[in-house]
Ligand binder design. Structure first.
Ligand code: ZN
Length: 180
């Protein structure tokens, strides 16, 4: 929605721009059931927060923005979401010095995972926790606390898995070319 400024010129609201930047329709995809009707008489619709299944349709229609560009925008949005203002108003990303910062997300509430120094019964370790649990008020998010060692192992395993599959893919592709 564009709001008219008192000067008569259209004023873009940040939420409007954010919605446009995050809209998968521009790359030809569609997330179905983003909202659903709760009252068929009043036609009231609410945002579907994991109540009904959502379906993601890739390349359902002609894109107007290249997929790579869209993905770069999503990375930048995630980076900016991690900017925090300090007391003197300085904006900095103080969590991005670690390789896994900003790329590990909570599967329960989609918050980022943060690296924290853990001290349990005098035993010190480094763990990663859902950021929502680290806020002052705390949250009831049921996601687990993961030791840094386990997280690194899991990431390594995932990378190895992808590389292995890529080799398989290349082999099959070469064989197909030979056969052709
Ligand atoms: Zn969480």
């Amino acid at each position: 929605m564009i709001v008219l400024h008192h000067s008569g010129k259209p004023k873009w609201r940040p939420e409007t721009i954010r919605k446009i930047l995050k809209n998968e329709k521009y790359i030809g995809d569609a997330l179905l059931q983003k909202t659903f009707t709760v009252d068929f008489l009043s036609k009231k619709r609410v945002i579907n927060k994991r109540i009904l299944s959502q379906y993601y349709v890739e390349n359902g229609h002609e894109p107007i923005i290249p997929r790579e560009l869209f993905m770069l925008v999503q990375v930048e949005l995630a980076r900016r979401a991690n900017l925090r203002s300090s007391k003197n108003g300085v904006k900095r990303i103080y969590i991005s010095k670690y390789t896994l910062s900003s790329i590990v997300f909570c599967r329960e509430c989609v918050e980022i995972y943060r690296r924290v120094h853990w001290n349990s019964c005098g035993k010190k370790s480094i763990v990663w926790r859902c950021a929502s649990k680290l806020e002052e008020k705390g949250s009831d998010c049921g996601s687990p606390t993961v030791s840094e060692e386990d997280l690194q192992k899991a990431v390594l395993k995932a990378i190895n898995c992808i590389t292995a599959r890529r080799d398989d893919f290349i082999k099959t592709h070469c064989r197909n070319i030979e056969t052709a």
